[in-house]
Write a protein that binds this ligand. Structure first.
Ligand code: ADP
Length: 173
């Protein structure tokens, strides 16, 4: 399992993978943070395809093409807004990872990269989010079998990466 999961620090829009995951909003309208960066790099066709989809409830995921991105596809998932932790946030966040991996599995994508969903504007504590990201991803890979062969946690800061490495180490020890 360890060789299928990696943690990198960097800009997810630069990754050449079968799919990058976008931390989108329920309207699937271009926003800030990683969503803004992905739309900027992909070009206006991405917003057009998102508009046709029409939206996505929190915890679910939707697939589009990657357009001008080096990634061939974008999986848009909507993380929960942090409201203190007792509003179902952990379950919604886990659903984002599970549903995104499920799409990659069904599509036969060998490689997928995740940003740290909900940990920016949506305010989810980064250490708790990383633990859910890693645990849910491992469980989904074991349960589904096959693709995706490689999962990258693409963090925007060294601190975010440290949380993901710590979560990996604590689960795999
Ligand atoms: P959310 O609304 O789900 O919190 P954000 O985009 O605000 O989404 O933040 C999610 C995470 O993505 C944050 O940790 C943020 O630092 C990170 N991030 C922002 N831009 C990029 C990027 N270009 N590549 C990777 N991660 C990014």
């Amino acid at each position: 399992m360890r060789d299928r999961l990696s943690v990198v620090v960097g800009d997810i829009t630069k990754l050449e993978v079968d799919a990058i995951v976008n931390a989108a909003n329920e309207q699937l309208l271009r926003g800030g943070g990683v969503d803004g960066a992905i739309h900027r790099a992909a070009g206006p066709e991405l917003q057009e395809e998102c508009r046709k989809i029409g939206g996505c409830p929190t915890g679910e995921a939707r697939l589009t093409k990657g357009y001008r991105l080096p990634a061939r596809h974008v999986i848009h998932t909507v993380g929960p807004v942090w409201r203190g932790g007792n509003a179902g946030e952990p379950d919604f966040l886990a659903a984002c990872y599970r549903n995104s991996i499920s799409i990659a599995n069904a599509q036969g994508f060998a490689s997928i990269a995740f940003p740290a969903i909900s940990t920016g504007i949506y305010g989810y504590p980064a250490d708790e989010a990383a633990a859910i990201a890693v645990k849910t991803t491992m469980d989904a890979l074991l349960e589904l079998g096959g693709d995706p062969e490689k999962v990258i946690f693409c963090c925007f800061s060294e601190e975010g990466a440290a949380h993901h490495r710590a979560a990996l180490d604590s689960i795999l020890q």
